[in-house]
Each structure stands twice: as structure tokens, then as C-alpha cells.
Design a protein around this ligand. Sequence first.
Ligand code: HEM
Length: 145
Amino acid sequence: MVLPLLLVMNLIDLYPTVRLLHIGLVLCSGALFAARGMGVLIGAQWSMALSVRRLSYAIDTALLCAAVLLLYILALNPFAVAWLATKIGLLLVYIVLGTLALKRARTARLRAAFFVAAILCFTFMLTVAVTHHPLGIGVNLLSTL
Ligand code: HEM
């Protein structure tokens, strides 16, 4: 059913759908991380439950697949495009901060600090993506000076 459809469609026709899917998964991923992070801070057991962790892996895997598909459709080398390279670098920072916030940090105070840092990093990544600029929201602030 899907394969014949793909064969008759030009790959570029899929771009709006894949982009929307990527954005939708980004928002689901961020919302789930925020909920889990707050859950960890108030000591809620469900935050680290196997089913919730599996849901998180599934969303993040689908998000990255959609990202790779976008790169393929647009024929982009992410390391040659400054805002994409910045987004990938920030994604690595976000993963480390997120892991520290959810489980690795020793004290509740440290977990809270890493949680806030991870949310700020995620929000900044969103502004980098929307502005298509490595400075993200900073580029708008600079242009007002
Ligand atoms: C390896 C990771 C990622 C890659 C390679 C990637 C790649 C891309 C590409 C190629 C586009 C389409 C750009 C265009 O239409 O010109 C895009 C759009 C977008 N990405 Fe990602 N992405 C990644 C991760 C993320 C993450 C983690 C976030 C959010 C925190 C994010 C947020 C967005 C948003 C909001 C858009 C839509 C931007 C617009 O309005 O055009 N992406 N991404």
C-alpha cells in the first residue's frame, strides 16, 4: 500500500509531511522529558518506569529518523550548514544534561539544576531551528541593537 504510493510520489512531495512529523515529535519529546524531569524532582515512580523509558526511546528514535529523512530529501550536509551543525552539537549537550537530570546526578539539588539547564538547552535548540541561525533567538536580539 505505502510502497506503490512512494514510487509515484516525488520524494520532495513528502517534505511538508516529514517536516511536520519532525516538529510534532520534537514537541512530544520535549513535553515527555519535561514531565519526567518534574516527576523525578517530586519523587514520582512512573518517571523512570520501563514503559515510560521505552516510549521516550521510541519518540526520540522516530524524531531522529525524520531528521535524517529531511536531510536526505533536502540533500543537506548537516556539518556544512551552521545552524544544523549547532543543533546537532546542542543535541549532544542536551542528552548529557538530560541523563544527569533524570538519573546520574547524585543530589536532588543537582538534578534540579541539570533539569533547568536541559530545558534551557532544548528551548534554545528550538530557536536555532526556527531562525535557521546558530545564534537562535540571539540573532533577533542582536538585530535590535
Ligand atoms: C540530529 C538531529 C537533527 C537534525 C539532523 C535535524 C534536521 C532538521 C532539518 C533538515 C530540518 C528542515 C529544515 C528546513 O526545512 O529548511 C529541521 C527542521 C526543524 N527542526 Fe530539526 N533536526 C534535528 C533535531 C532537532 C531537535 C532536537 C529539535 C528541537 C529541539 C529540532 C527542531 C526543529 C524544528 C522546530 C524544525 C522546523 C524549523 C522550520 O520552521 O523550518 N530538530 N530539522
